[in-house]
Design a binder for this molecule. Structure first.
Ligand code: SF4
Length: 65
């Protein structure tokens, strides 16, 4: 499910240091920039959220490192 990103999300993401991107996931291979489970990572990468119009996409398999 894709969620529209708004100012409140951006503020709280920063305030609570929300970590939900591949870069913070135990399944992410930093050298290959791939997911150990073979999922596409494009929508879950942190850099994507530099775009304030990017929709929010949470990965169901995210495992915090
Ligand atoms: S499980 Fe999801 S969040 Fe974790 S590396 Fe794979 S695609 Fe990224």
């Amino acid at each position: 499910m894709k969620i529209v990103q708004d100012e409140r999300f951006r503020e709280q993401r920063e305030h609570f240091r929300l970590r939900f991107n591949c870069e913070y996931c135990a399944l992410f291979d930093e050298q290959r920039e791939t997911c150990a489970h073979g999922y596409p990572t494009t929508e879950h990468r942190e850099a994507r959220y530099a775009d304030p119009d990017a929709s929010i996409v949470f990965c169901k398999h995210f495992e915090l490192t």
